[in-house]
Design a protein around this ligand. Structure first.
Ligand code: XMP
Length: 507
């Protein structure tokens, strides 16, 4: 019965496929992504969506689908971009190949304001990303929407097969969600998506995949690895959760992480590695070099503790997957690859020993899953904290003295935000040391001390960010407390830089 209710999204290789799944879940229906190779073994779906893809239907190795198998399901089918072109061919029409790519906004002109386009406005912006276009329609097919040049951009074949040339799943298609919603109304067996059902599926999948083998899971106290560890614990697999304390954590953070896991009832082991990290970082001021030292030491510590792990669990999320796949050649992704995909991990992955159960999810979905696992709100809504810790908030050489100053200033700033109910309105906030000494007056004495920079940003995905207009009263209170309480600081700055061109961290 349960199998009849999901929406099956078949992946033809578009970079947006997972977004379709996410949109369907947002609309309140259970959706599952299937690689094309698995078709038609997709359970008994209530609706099927064929995604876009990078190939042309004219290419000899163009992805194909078992059309009779598809029709046998007898449920509404929506072809998006490549999916629409493929359906048109399957129904007996044709597609015109082109080397010219249409990429960007177009205007949508529905032929009727019922069915797929019910409630969708004339000239609504939709987002295109394609080269080929539908040429001849088979008998009985109907154009149900065109663009501003009268080119068909949506077709209906029979009463439950639909195609759209544009991508409803991207936010640039302004009424894309409404169009997807209208499509799903053609299905009559869809039940609401419940995070608890999803959690159960994940847990069953983990048990099946892991069996009796031992799983090792690195925890940092951050949202993703915490949700992962609790999920594995809930699945009852044989797990060791390891917390490497590299000495670059914030004030009392190691203790906080241990307490948090204690109150969630999930045992963790701590590796105290402060000395080896700080000794290795002494006199290193080049940011890339710091990252490389930290990344490698992290893995060394981890492996020394766990020995031969049978399965390594990682809290990789979907945006991490897209980023490393689409930017494989870029410098930025190399930095990331260095942390999540070092050689030893890649080798394990090739042997099928890496488990990434959250790889289909976005951050807000992970938080929702975490809430359904009973993880307290304060843990799920912690601000992001970088893997290399305070080393990326301490430009120049990292010393114990500087780390201590950063910890104290950061703790004051964060406590002010919490007390004034600003913490949850800010995406990320912290203090970073500005490694410049300037002259000041403390008491009646000359001081020659560092400056501290406070930063608070809002962001959706960390790719761009804006600084937060915190009330002056909070800045004043924070500054007063830092200048009075923290030795070694005689100047407090508030960072009013957007990203780009600045980045969120100060490294
Ligand atoms: P930037 O400074 O690049 O940071 O604007 C964007 C977001 O990523 C976080 N960040 C990291 N997170 N490992 C992580 O897990 C890292 O090496 C790392 N570097 C930056 C940063 O805190 C911000 O949220």
């Amino acid at each position: 019965m349960e199998e009849k209710q999901h929406v099956a999204v078949i992946d033809f290789g578009s970079q947006y496929t997972q977004l379709i799944v996410r949109r369907v879940r947002e609309l309140g229906y259970f959706a599952k992504l299937y690689p094309l190779e698995e078709f038609p073994h997709i359970g008994e779906p209530g609706a099927i969506i064929l995604s876009g893809g990078p190939k042309s239907t004219a290419e000899p190795d163009a992805p194909d689908i078992d059309f009779e198998g598809l029709r046998r399901f007898g449920v509404p089918v929506l072809g998006v971009c490549y999916g629409m072109q493929l359906l048109n061919i399957k129904f007996g029409g044709s597609v015109k190949s082109s080397n010219r790519r249409e990429y960007g906004p177009a205007s949508l002109f529905p032929k009727a304001c019922t069915g797929l386009f019910e409630g969708v406005s004339e000239e609504s912006q939709v987002w295109m990303s394609h080269s080929d276009t539908v040429e001849n329609l088979p008998e009985g097919a109907v154009v149900i929407a065109a663009n501003q040049h009268e080119t068909p951009v949506s077709i209906q074949w029979g009463d439950h097969f639909f195609g759209i040339q544009f991508h409803p799943e991207v936010t640039h298609s302004h009424e894309g969600n409404r169009i997807l919603h209208n499509f799903l109304l053609f299905a009559d067996r869809l039940e609401p998506f419940r995070i608890d059902d999803f959690k159960r599926e994940l847990i069953e999948g983990i048990r099946e995949r892991v069996g009796k083998r031992q799983v090792v899971c690195g925890v940092s106290g951050g949202v993703d690895s915490t949700v992962l560890a609790v999920l594995l614990h809930e699945a009852g697999v044989n797990m060791r959760a390891i917390f490497v304390d590299h000495g670059l954590m914030r004030k009392d953070e190691g203790e906080e992480v241990r307490n948090n896991f204690h109150r969630m009832g999930v045992p963790i082991e701590t590796v105290d590695a402060e000395k080896v990290f700080l000794d290795s970082l002494a006199d290193v001021d080049e940011p890339e070099k710091k990252r490389s030292i930290i990344g490698n030491l992290f893995i060394d510590c981890f492996w020394e503790t766990v020995g031969d792990a049978e399965i390594l669990a990682q809290g990789t999320l979907y945006p991490d997957v897209i980023e490393s796949a689409s930017n494989a050649k870029s410098k930025a992704s190399k930095i990331k690859t260095h942390h999540n995909r070092v050689d030893r991990i890649l080798e394990m992955q090739a042997e099928g020993k890496v488990l990434e159960p959250l790889a289909e999810l976005f951050k807000d979905e992970v938080r929702e899953l975490g809430a359904s696992l009973g993880i307290p709100h304060d843990i799920l809504h912690r601000h992001p904290f970088p893997g290399p810790g305070l080393a990326v908030r301490c430009p120049g050489a990292v010393t114990r003295e500087k780390l201590e100053i950063i910890r104290e200033c950061d703790a004051i700033f964060i406590s002010r935000l919490k007390d004034h109910a600003w913490y949850d309105h800010v995406w990320q906030a912290y203090a970073a040391l500005v490694p410049v000494r300037t002259v000041g007056v403390k008491g009646d004495e000359r001081s020659y001390e560092w400056a501290i920079s406070l930063r608070a940003v809002v962001s959706e995905d960390a790719m761009t960010a804006d600084w937060v207009e915190l009330p002056y009263s909070i800045l004043r209170e924070t500054s007063n407390r830092i200048l009075n309480e923290v030795a070694g600081i005689n100047r407090v700055l508030y960072d009013v830089s957007t990203k780009p061109p600045a980045s969120i961290e100060w490294e």
